[in-house]
Design a protein around this ligand. Sequence first.
Ligand code: KG4
Ligand code: ZN
Length: 333
Amino acid sequence: MLTLAIETSCDETSCAIIRDGREVLSNIISSQIDIHRKFGGVVPEIASRKHIEAINNIIQEALDEAKCTFNDIDLIGVTQGPGLVGALLVGISTAKALAYGLNKPIMGVNHIEGHICANYIEHKDLKPPFTCLIVSGGHTYLVYAKDYADYELIGRTRDDAAGEAFDKIARALGLPYPGGPFIDNLSKKGNNEAIDFPRVFLENNSYDFSFSGLKTAVLNYLNQTKQKGEEIVIEDVAASFQQAVLDVLVDKSFRLAKEKSSNKIVIAGGVAANEGLRKMMEERGSRENIEIFYPSRILCTDNAAMIGSAAYFNYIKGKKSDLHLSVEPNLGL
Ligand code: KG4
Ligand code: ZN
C-alpha cells in the first residue's frame, strides 16, 4: 500500500511516498529555517506563504524520486495538528484536493504520533507495546504505546517543551536558532557538573515535566555572573543545563518502563537527535536490560515520512477521516 504524505505544521514543507508504513520511497524536506533564523524563531505568516510557494514542487519531487505517479497512490496522509494554523491549512487543503481529485481515502495525522512512528521506519522489527518519550520543539510527552495507533498518555510538560527550553537557553547564550544542536555540541566540550542547576521532578510519582524553573535558574546564573564581572564559560553552562534536562527525561522514562514491565524505550522528536540523551539512555538501558530505540537524525526532526507511517497504521487499524477534515492547531496526543 502506497501512502503520499504531506507535512506543513511548522517551517518544513515535506512530502513523502511510503510503502506499508515502514519503507520510504522518497522523503523530500524543504526547510525554511534560513528565512526564520534572522527573526530568532518561526514567523507564522511567512511560514504559510513559503509552504504555498513550495508545496506543489515538493509533491512532484517526491513522486519523481519514488518513480511513481498519482495513479499509484492508495492513501493520502496529512498532518492535522498540532501546529501553526496557517501552515497546517496549506497541507490540509492540498491533501484534500488530491484525495478528491484522485478519489482516494484521506487520513488526518497527529503530528506527535508521527514523531513516534518515525521509529517504525527506522526499526523494521519494532512493534508495540513500548514506553515512549516524545521530546520536540513544541511538545514533551511520556506515553505507553499499547498497540499501533493506540496510546496511553502518562505525562506531559506543564510549561515549556524540552526543545523550547534548549532553544531559549541557546538564545540567551547568543547561539543561532534553533539552538538545540548547538547546545548538544557545546556540551561535549563542557563540564556537566560545573553548575548545579535544579532537576525538577515535581511531586512524588508524577510523570509530568516542568522546564521553566530550570530556564529561569540558567538565566539568573548568566545575569549574576555577568554582574559580578566573572567569566561565563558557555561550554560549562550548556553541559550543566543539558545534564539537568536529561537527568529528568531519562529517569522518568525508565521509571515508567519499570512500572509497565516494558523492556523497550522509544525516543522521538527533534530532541531525540541529542547525542547526550541517546548516550545516557543507552548506557542505562544496557545496565537495566532495556532496549533503546530512536530514529536517525533526519527522521527525528519534522518530515513527511513519519506522517505517512502514522497515516498507514491508523488506516489499517480502521480509523477514518474524510473531506470534512479540518486543522487542529492545539491537538494533544
Ligand atoms: O520535532 P521538531 O523538528 O519540531 C517540532 O515538532 O517541534 O523539533 C525541533 C526541536 C528544536 O527545539 C530543536 O532545538 C530541537 O528539536 N533539537 C535538538 C537537537 N536537534 C534538534 N535539541 C537538542 N539536541 C539536538 N541535537
Ligand atoms: Zn515535530
